[in-house]
Every structure is written in structure tokens, then in C-alpha cells.
Design a protein around this ligand. Structure first.
Ligand code: TPP
Ligand code: MG
Length: 707
């Protein structure tokens, strides 16, 4: 009869050997980290994690984030052995095993739930997509913030509905990445005592030992961030690991970093071999030796000894199911006593909105002087946020400039305690930490809250890693980018965005919206709030733009189609199409009015979103951009890159090919030709060129349609 200690060891070694076999069969992946980190993860899941394998989407589950995404085989082995079930139809048949043994055998192969790196929305139990080092830990801060906010907002005496913890396993790479420093600094400031990072301190990365790259005192660094730091000197000691986790649970005023000294590979110092296990399969011979070392039959593959899954069931499984059942009871009582709050919690989980959330949104009167779209957006955001309690967020120290501060009475500031605010606050102060801000927004979004994050468009470059993951995960995070063009003026080329719009448009799964005036801003927010499965970048001006007279021009509701005919030739048979987004729409309208006086037939197309436009029917697209009208001018104060798709190669693109200019707005605009006269000249030239072509009977194959 095997005792509990023996069973623990058997389970740990099963995690290890499954990982070895998965990587070996795939001939790719990282077996070393699963081998050394298996005890830490085992101890956490078996002895502490409150997680019901039958309900991987239970809102109050403890979160486990594998920030060291390259160690994915460890997570898959764990999900399989724990019997975690599919919770979401995007991850398979609900109720089936989230990860089957066949999935593990198909590690890194098409169709398997065991992708190279963990992918949220593809594998139940994967809390967030990881792989780009540093993202997981930063995202975990967002999850911890979400728990604090939900607890402060929804818990009531006797009803601790939200009291879960957030754990993240990370390695040297995560510790080196700047984003983890940003996130840890903020987590320390916010005193997130529900957050625990588990640092697999194995002193090695791909190029070799960390003594060649990473010699700082990590513990001292985290102490200075305001974290508690615990050390586990023997990665294989369940006793020491247990003490480490207890230290975390006993710490109530700060996050905890547990530094676990480990040795990559077998998990035994004397077996360490730099050749072994780093970023590549062990090889047949080494895999056999490892298995012998663990007391395994060296020829057994994907072997799960008797008693292993039941041991997980009796510990993690039983504890999780009981906690979940107690919670369900609690929530039933809560629902009786606080039906409105319970309804909010339900809607949050479904990503639904309160009824009537968009009733009474402002209609902005025509105004030639107009207002900056950042200003109209600030107004609309405040109106909407007042009605959607879980719409929350902030900026990277630029709330006053991005107009993203929620200023209604009950909005509040998110701070640990004291006169500056508390955890109920909906205004977040991310500090000048753009990259972490966006990863944190992802964490909030993964907890089903509706976050927004704001900065200047230019600094979206500092957010790229997290933005890409928002899009990949299909999270409805809202990004608000202001100071959206060279018209921001005096700050010059370092602050003038050029290629950012094109780069967003190149990113799969990101909707970009660059509204032309205050009423398009209202429509943009209507679209944004209905989106459930992808991030949106809302791109706004610093400078005032005219509020168009919608009795004269088409209604702003056309925005929802991505592009619409704003102004047209009287007979709807224009000679030239003017395409523009954002602030350049007014410029085209000015050119259009002048051309109309001169008898030139033009059409102005406001095109706030390429992505929304491309999701329209062919018929609609052709009605906006008739294929036979090939005289086309696109106007956008940004990189010209990509506009050929709508102008054809013979069209004219008034865009930018340099980094802008440090000068007042008017001078910058003149310098680069963003003036009505220049647009008119380009339009005339287009009309003449295409008329000449038509006379010659020459077809232009590149400007056929709006595809
Ligand atoms: C941002 C980023 N840069 C580089 C990589 C490639 N990469 C994958 S694993 C790894 C080494 C990680 O070392 P460490 O975090 O110490 O993990 P260990 O190998 O010790 O498990 C690197 C550089 C990555 N995944 N993400
Ligand atoms: Mg390492």
C-alpha cells in the first residue's frame, strides 16, 4: 500500500513524465521547466487552489496563470490529471475532459487542445494566453485587481462572494522583462495581497546560466516594490513549498513573491546538465534515464500509474467541488437578498449590458468650430459609464489629456485605502506604465469586467505585446488613443503617430475606429459597447474638429458600417471619391463644398473603420465605393501604407512618408499639404487622369472594386 507521501511523489513524477513524453513525441517544446517546477505546481493545486474541475468558469475560482508559457506541457498534464472539464463551447463539448490523453499525445499538432503555448478560449482551464514572457504575470495583476474591485463592489456582510486568489508561475525570463517590473510596481502600490507570483529561480535561460545576464537581487527589488518575499530553497520539498504558500495566505497587506530555487531538468541538482532539457526535447536516451531516475519503466510512454487521478480527485477535486457548492448556496441567498446586484453579476458573466444603457446619449448640434473628439468621447464615456457599473479603467498618467477620467460622483478612485480612494473606485491610475496597463486591462477583461485603457496614440507602441494578446484572445478591451495625428503639433515627431494606424489595421481581430466628429463619437461608443469578442482601438483628436450638420450630410449612424457616403454629387454619379477618416473628413468636406461651387461632382466617404467596412456585404461596399469610379483620393494624416486597397494603385493618397514636424498645428498641416486646396488639386488631377484613361479605353486592373 502506497502512503500519501508516496502518492504525492507519484503524481509529481507523472506530471513530469507526461510532459517529457509530450515534448519528445512532438520533437519540440520545453521539457526542463515542467520537470523542475512540477512539485511547486503540484503542491499549489493539491493543497491550496480553490478550483472545481467541473466548473472551470466558476467566477470565484482561484486563478492559476502559467506565465512561463513555454512550460505548457506541465499545464496540460495538470489539467488532464485533475480531470478539468470543458466549460466553454469554444473549447470543446462542455462536460468532456478539457485535455484528453490524446490531446497530450498530439501536443503542438493541429487540432490538439495542447497548443505550443497555452491559448485562452481554445483550452478550458487556460486562464490567459501566454508565451511572450512577462505578459502572464502582468495580466495576473489585472485579475487580482478585478477580484479586489468585485469584492469591494459586490460582497455584502455574510456574503463574501468574491474572495479568490491569483497565482502566477514565472521564470527568469518573466523577471527580466520590463513589463513585469511595471506590473509588480503597481501591484505593490495597490497592496494586492491576493496576488502570488511563484518564481522558478532555476538560474538558466536559453543562452545559458543567468550569471551572464541577470545578476540583480530579485528579492531586494520586490521588497522595494512593497511585496512580501518568501524563499523555498529546495524545489522538491513539499513541506517547504507548503510553508511558502502559507506565508502568502497569511500576508494581508501586500502581494507575495515566492522564490523557489530549482534546477532545470530532473529537478535534482546533481543531474543538472546544460545540454539537457533547455528548449528542446530530451532525446530518447535522456528521456529513458529521466524515467529511470523517477522510478518509471523507461519504456513506458504517456503512462499514468494507478491511483494518480484519484489522488487529484480526492484533494483538489473534492475541495474545489465543496467550495463551489458552498458558493452556489451563498449566491442563491445573495440573489434573494440583493436581486439587483446578482443581476449585475450575471450580466457581467455573460458580457451583457444593463437595459437602457444607451438611452439619452447626447446629440451634438452642428458647430463649425466644433470640439476635439477626445472631448466628445470623454462626455459620452461618462454618460455610458454612469449606467454600466462595471465599465472602468484609466490612463497611463494621461487621464486629463485623454479625457478618460470618470467624473460622476460615485465613480471613485481605485486605491488600496485612505483618502485617495478605495477598491470600489472605477478610475484606475496606471502610472506611466503603458505596457503593463494593457496587460492589466486584459486581466480585467478575462475577469469579465469591461475595461478601458488610454494613452496617446504614439505610445501604443509601448503596448504592442499586450494589444496583440487582446486581439488573439478576442477580449473586448477598449483602447482609447488620443493625439492621433501630426495635427497634435508642437511636440513634434517623437509624439506624432505615423505608422500606428496602419499597424493596428494589420493586426487580425482588432477593430479600429477613428470618428470624424462628435456625433460619430457617440455612434462609435454604441458600436464599442456591443462588441463582445474583440478589442477596439478608438482613435481621437487633440484638436477641435467641426461638428457636421447632419441635416445637410448623412447621419452619423453610418459609422456602424465602417464607411458611409457622407456627402455626394446631386445625381449620385460623382466623378471623384474622397475617402477620409477622423479629422481629415472635415478637410474633405471643405474641399467638397468648394468643388461643388466649381461644378465638380465629388463624393465624400467617411471611413472610420476599415474592419467594420470589410465585414459589410459586397453590395454595400460597392454602393459606397462604386467599382467604376476610379478617380479616388484618400486623405489621412498618417502613413500612406495600405490605402491603395481603396484608391487602387492609380489613386492618390495624401498621407505621410516621414515622421512629422515640430511646429504649431497649422504650420504642420500646411507643410504636409493637409489643406482643402491640396485635396482639390489631387481630385482634379485624378479626374483628368482617369478621364484620359477612359478615352483611351484602358482598364485599370488595380482599382476595380473595394475589395
Ligand atoms: C518576450 C519573449 N522573448 C523571448 C522568448 C523566447 N523564450 C522562450 S523560453 C525563453 C527562456 C526563458 O527562460 P526562463 O524564463 O528562465 O525559463 P526556463 O527556461 O528556465 O524555464 C525564451 C528566451 C519568449 N517566449 N518571450
Ligand atoms: Mg530559468
Amino acid at each position: 500500500m502506497i502512503d500519501n507521501a508516496g502518492l504525492d511523489q507519484l503524481c509529481i513524477n507523472t506530471l513530469r513524465t507526461l510532459s517529457i513524453d509530450a515534448v519528445q513525441k512532438a520533437r519540440s517544446g520545453h521539457p526542463g521547466t515542467p520537470m523542475d517546477a512540477a512539485p511547486a505546481v503540484y503542491c499549489l493545486w493539491q493543497r491550496f487552489l480553490r478550483y472545481d474541475p467541473d466548473a472551470a468558469d466558476w467566477p470565484n475560482r482561484d486563478r492559476f496563470v502559467l506565465s512561463a508559457g513555454h512550460a505548457s506541457a506541465l499545464l496540460y498534464s495538470l489539467l488532464h490529471l485533475c480531470g478539468v472539464k470543458v466549460a466553454n463551447p469554444s473549447c470543446g463539448q462542455p462536460g468532456d475532459l478539457a485535455v484528453t490523453l490524446d490531446d497530450i499525445k498530439g501536443f503542438r499538432q493541429a487540432g490538439s487542445r495542447c497548443t505550443g503555448h497555452p491559448e485562452y478560449g481554445w483550452t478550458s482551464g487556460v486562464e490567459t494566453t501566454t508565451g511572450p514572457l512577462g505578459q502572464g504575470v502582468a495580466t495576473s495583476v489585472g485579475m487580482a485587481i478585478a477580484q479586489r474591485w468585485q469584492a469591494a463592489t459586490y460582497n455584502r456582510p455574510g456574503y463574501d462572494l468574491f474572495d479568490h486568489n491569483v497565482y502566477a508561475l514565472c521564470g527568469d525570463g518573466d523577471m527580466m522583462e520590463g513589463i513585469s517590473g511595471e506590473a509588480a510596481s503597481l501591484a505593490g502600490h495597490l497592496e494586492l495581497s491576493n496576488l502570488c507570483w511563484i518564481y522558478d529561480d532555476n538560474h538558466i535561460t536559453i543562452e545559458g546560466p543567468t550569471r551572464i545576464t541577470f545578476t540583480e537581487d530579485v528579492a531586494a527589488r520586490f521588497f522595494s516594490y512593497g511585496w512580501n518575499v518568501a524563499r523555498v530553497d529546495d524545489a522538491n520539498s513539499l513541506e517547504m513549498l507548503t510553508r511558502g504558500y502559507k506565508t502568502f495566505l497569511d500576508t494581508h497587506d501586500r502581494p507575495t513573491l515566492i522564490i523557489i530555487r530549482s534546477h532545470i531538468g530532473y529537478g535534482a541538482p546533481h543531474k543538472q546538465d546544460t545540454r539537457e532539457a533547455h528548449g528542446e526535447p530530451l532525446g530518447l536516451q535522456e528521456a529513458r534515464l529521466a524515467k529511470e531516475f523517477y522510478g518509471w519503466d523507461p519504456d513506458a510512454k504517456f503512462y499514468i500509474p494507478h491511483g494518480v487521478t484519484s489522488h487529484f480527485e480526492e484533494n483538489l477535486g473534492r475541495r474545489g467541488a465543496a467550495a463551489h457548492a458552498v458558493w452556489a448556496e451563498l449566491f442563491a441567498g445573495y440573489r434573494r437578498q440583493y436581486p439587483d446586484l446578482a443581476d449585475q453579476i450575471d450580466r457581467i458573466q455573460r458580457r451583457d449590458l444593463p437595459d437602457g444603457w444607451d438611452v439619452g446619449l447626447p446629440i451634438f448640434p452642428p458647430d463649425a468650430k466644433g470640439m476635439a473628439t477626445r472631448d466628445s468621447s470623454g462626455q459620452v464615456l461618462n454618460e455610458i459609464a454612469a449606467k454600466i457599473p462595471w465599465l472602468l479603467g484609466g490612463a497611463a498618467d494621461l487621464a486629463p489629456s485623454t479625457k478618460t477620467h470618470l467624473s460622476f460622483d460615485f465613480a471613485g478612485e481605485f486605491q488600496p485605502h485612505g483618502e485617495d480612494g478605495d477598491y470600489r473606485g472605477r478610475n484606475f491610475h496606471f502610472g506611466i506604465r503603458e505596457h503593463a496597463m494593457c496587460a492589466i486591462a486584459n486581466g480585467l477583461s478575462l475577469s469579465k469586467l469591461r475595461p478601458f485603457a488610454a494613452s496617446f496614440l504614439i505610445f501604443s507602441d509601448y503596448c504592442r505585446g499586450a494589444l496583440r494578446l487582446s486581439a488573439m484572445m478576442g477580449l473586448p478591451t477598449v483602447y482609447i488613443w488620443t493625439h492621433d495625428s501630426i495635427s497634435m503639433g508642437e511636440d513634434g515627431p517623437t509624439h506624432q503617430p505615423i505608422e500606428q494606424l496602419a499597424s493596428f489595421r494589420a493586426m487580425p481581430g482588432m477593430i479600429v475606429l477613428r470618428p470624424a466628429d462628435a456625433n460619430e463619437v457617440v455612434e462609435a461608443w454604441r458600436v464599442i459597447m456591443r462588441v463582445k469578442d474583440c478589442p477596439v482601438s478608438l482613435v481621437l483628436t487633440r484638436q477641435a474638429v467641426a461638428t457636421l450638420d447632419r441635416t445637410q450630410y448623412a447621419p452619423a449612424s453610418g459609422l456602424s458600417h465602417g464607411a458611409y457616403v457622407l456627402a455626394d454629387a446631386p445625381d449620385h454619379r460623382p466623378d471623384v471619391l474622397l475617402l477620409a477618416t477622423g479629422s481629415e473628413v472635415s478637410l474633405c468636406i471643405a474641399a467638397y463644398e468648394q468643388m461643388t461651387l466649381e461644378g465638380i461632382k465629388a463624393r465624400v466617404i467617411s471611413m472610420p473603420s476599415w474592419e467594420l467596412f470589410e465585414s459589410q456585404s459586397r453590395e454595400y461596399r460597392d454602393s459606397v465605393l462604386p467599382p467604376e469610379i476610379t478617380a479616388r483620393v484618400a486623405v489621412e494624416e498618417a502613413s500612406a501604407f495600405g490605402w491603395e486597397r481603396y484608391t487602387g494603385f492609380d489613386g492618390t493618397i495624401l498621407g505621410l512618408h516621414t515622421f512629422g514636424l515640430s511646429a504649431p498645428m497649422k504650420v504642420v498641416e500646411q507643410h504636409f499639404g493637409f489643406e482643402p486646396a491640396h485635396v482639390i488639386a489631387a481630385a482634379r488631377e485624378q479626374i483628368a487622369r482617369h478621364a484620359a484613361k477612359q478615352r483611351c479605353g484602358e482598364a485599370d486592373p488595380t482599382s476595380r472594386s473595394s475589395e
